[in-house]
Design a protein around this ligand. Structure first.
Ligand code: BGC
Length: 760
């Protein structure tokens, strides 16, 4: 029986293989024939990706871009919004160019198109791969209904430095979780068939190591050992490539002294040769030109270096367009490399079905009916609620009762334009639900909701301006700070409970939004302290795009719900969780430090030769600080619920194993509280002795379990030798025999453990 299944599977495998080979052969024949007709200029034109610039509907034909398109100098466009505009521009390409090659249309669809989901860092805290995949496929459906066939996502940069503003755009600090999310996103965008009109091509970014910018300053230098690179930073990019991502974006930063855009080691040796990447590589925005400032040559030199290193498409900078012909004449690049890059772009267009039907993604009816639908908003609302993390809930203040008077206070309380967070270029923020609106929607008529702003975003108007440059400003109240606080205190005095909506504005994270101090800004902190002083029950609803330093808040504020930027439906989803219609279940995917001096602080660190004994604050000649303990405020994986979960001891199927066996590790999880709730059960492994030093623990599995009050369930993880593998000193990916500590728990700190010996 088993054999029959094996044969069927094998034959099916051969058939699908033959099918894709046949498809590839067809594609190659088509592209070979097309490329034979192409001039050198036309080939180079395919490598050029300008921004949409000045195009408005109805004027496309007369724009500067149109002129370039007609001359065969454009391969694609990005961040142009609306099916109608895209139709107009595509028409120019297929009707007014010599070879009628369609354009590819990209966009920064990062966490949704018009229906915006939580910022990626928030989304990752759901630990729900189905939901994440669904959010990407909804984004794909909406974007493709509006003419887009290529999205600049997923952003899979591992980040351990919350000063870096772009930590908001990724999935946090862990390579294992980051890899699972990378796969889910690629599958969500691309589906099984890129040529369907509702799937889009993913673009994994920013390759590579962009999240390791020194001091958390954006675009800054990155430098790390190849061991760290392969074990800790590269896995999510590889996972996305393995999942079939059609394109990848080179990062701005340098790696080993060479900017990623011209880094042959990254783009050719690792990406193409080791990982077998078949898609195309696009630069980041003017990434090629910026290598002039990096100091590795003039525009001609850096453009030639980028091409020869394996970069295929030039975003915005026109370095390829303006210098490659000259470089070819001078022998600085080869025709073969230009052909290779051109072929990669044409292949992408072929796979997207654009040669068959260049208007495949332009359908006015779909644009009208499939974007920001009620169903999509419903999923966004559910997703947002899953991304929230309950950090503290003293005396079960939460959930709130649907009666009495609530004082909703804070600059983020009525900030509709901030709900979608960073990178939501296609969003119509007038359709977002603010917290004030959401609370009213969910509370119903039994609750009296009072509102006061309470403070400005910060005490510094220039800071506020910098933190709202892309139109998401939180307007300033010009009265003296104390007067604004007093007004809030007066409102608070009339309430049964205070909900303080504080934290960062949407643009305090994202690109070029690094901070050196990562607290709740001063003016809001003053307000919070005044509110705490009233002694009233108080819930801090924390908006943020990064981990913040919350030592004081954790010690003094009774309840804290971290809501990130939840997207279009943020306000409703926060209401759902505050009133207990949904029980929070999110878990942090980053470590939250006590202060900036502890950064980088991450759970999967090495032990060092002088580790601080567990439970200690300080010991002389140990690896620690005089002025702060080594602990975070909240560890990786942490998050509370309105119910309680207990973990039994771990049961292992074996304590001694040999070779490629499977180990089963189980615990019994019990919901000991009074409500139904979900718990993310996490599996960590420590490889006790290695040929190189190994982290004190590494996430190797997780399951999100739904339990009714009083219910128990056995949760089992299957562990194979693949889970033990790492890149060793020779950068060989393998496992080593010895002792392994298996840990299971509800966060990376509070775990049960058991030991196993595994020999080869
Ligand atoms: C960002 C990318 C983005 C690109 C196009 C760049 O500044 O780094 O993440 O995809 O712009 O908008």
């Amino acid at each position: 029986m088993k054999r029959t299944i094996a044969i069927v599977v094998f034959t099916f495998g051969l058939l699908t293989n033959a099918f894709s080979q046949n498809n590839d052969a067809k594609m190659n024949t088509f592209i070979n024939a097309l490329m034979k007709k192409m001039t050198l200029e036309e080939k180079i034109g395919q490598l050029n990706l300008p921004g949409a610039g000045d195009i408005t509907t109805g004027q496309a034909a007369n724009s500067n871009i149109a002129k370039q398109i007609k001359e065969g100098k454009v391969g694609g466009l990005f961040n142009i919004k609306s099916e109608a505009k895209i139709y107009d521009v595509q028409k120019i390409a297929v009707e007014q160019t010599r070879l009628k090659i369609p354009l590819i249309f990209g966009m920064d669809v990062i966490h949704g198109y018009e229906t915006i989901f939580p910022i990626p860092l928030g989304l990752s805290c759901s630990w729900d791969m189905d939901l994440i995949q669904r959010s990407a496929s909804i984004a794909a459906r909406e974007a493709s209904a509006d003419g887009i066939c290529w999205v600049f996502s997923p952003m899979v940069d591992i980040a351990r430095d919350p000063r870096w503003g772009r930590i908001a755009e990724g999935s946090g600090e862990d390579p294992y979780l980051g890899s699972q999310i990378a796969k889910a996103m690629v599958k969500g965008y691309q589906g099984n068939d890129l040529s369907k009109n509702y799937t889009v091509m993913a673009c994994v970014k920013h390759y590579a190591l962009y999240g390791a910018a020194e001091a958390g300053r954006d675009y800054n230098t990155t430098d790390m050992s190849h061991l760290r690179m392969f074990n800790e930073y590269l896995p999510p990019y590889k996972a996305a490539v393995d999942a079939g991502a059609g394109s990848i974006m080179a990062s701005f930063n340098e790696v080993d002294g060479v900017p990623a855009s011209a880094n042959k080691f990254l783009l050719s040796d690792v990406l193409r040769k080791q990982w077998g990447f078949k898609g195309f590589v696009v630069s980041d925005y003017t990434g090629i030109n910026e290598m002039v400032s990096h100091g590795i040559g003039d525009l001609q030199t850096v453009s030639a270096r980028a091409l020869m290193a394996g970069l295929d498409m030039d975003m915005v900078g026109e370095g390829f367009l303006t210098t490659l012909q000259k470089s070819l004449k001078e022998g600085k690049v080869t025709l073969q490399q230009i052909d290779f890059a051109c072929r990669k772009i044409l292949e992408a267009k072929y796979k997207l079905g654009l040669f068959e039907d260049p208007y495949r993604y332009c359908n006015a009816e779909r644009a009208k009916t499939e974007i920001i639908t009620d169903a999509n908003r419903k999923t966004a609302r559910e997703t947002a609620a899953q991304s929230f993390v309950l950090l503290k809930n003293q005396n079960n203040i939460l959930p709130l009762k649907k009666s009495g008077t609530i004082a909703l206070i804070g600059p983020l309380a009525d900030a509709q334009n901030n709900m979608t967070g960073t990178w939501s270029v296609a969003a119509d923020n007038s359709k977002s639900i603010s917290l004030l609106q959401g609370l009213k929607n969910v509370a119903g008529s039994g609750v009296n909701i009072l509102y006061a702003k309470g403070s400005n975003l910060s005490g510094d108007s220039l800071f506020d301006e910098r933190a709202g440059m892309f139109g998401k400003l939180i307007s300033r109240d010009s009265r003296p700070a104390q007067e604004i606080i007093d007004e809030a205190l007066s409102v608070a005095s009339k309430s049964d409970v205070i909900v303080a909506a504080l934290g960062e504005s949407a643009e305090m994270t994202g690109e070029s939004s690094s901070r050196s101090i990562i607290n709740i800004p001063d003016a809001q902190e003053d307000l919070l302290k005044a509110l705490v002083k009233t002694g009233k029950p108080l819930v801090l609803v924390l908006f943020t795009g990064r981990p913040l330093t919350l030592k004081w808040e954790q010690g003094n504020v009774p309840a804290i719900l971290n809501v990130w930027f939840g997207g279009t439906e943020a306000g409703n989803a926060i209401g759902d969780v505050l009133f207990g219609d949904v029980t929070p279940s999110g878990k942090l995917t980053t470590t939250w430090p006590q202060n900036v001096g502890q950064i980088p602080l991450y759970y999967n660190h090495k032990n060092t030769g002088r580790p601080l004994p567990e439970g200690q604050w300080f010991q002389k000649f140990r690896s620690n600080y005089l002025d702060v303990s080594n602990d975070p405020v909240y560890p990786f994986g942490f998050g509370l619920s309105y119910t309680n979960f207990t973990y039994s001891d771990i049961k292992l199927s074996d304590s001694l194993l040999k070779g490629n066996k499977t180990l089963t590790a189980s615990i019994t999880l019990t919901n000991t509280g009074t409500r139904e709730g979900k718990e993310v059960v996490q599996l960590y492994i420590r490889d006790v002795v290695g040929s190189i030093t190994r982290p004190v623990k590494e996430l190797k599995g997780f399951q999100k379990i739904d339990l009714k009050a009083g219910e128990s369930k056995t949760v089992s993880f299957k562990i194979t030798t693949d889970d033990l593998k790492f890149y060793n000193g020779d950068l060989k990916y393998d496992w080593e025999p010895g002792q392994f500590i298996i840990m299971i728990g509800g966060n990376s700190r509070d775990v049960r453990d058991a030991s196993v010996n595994w020999t080869k």
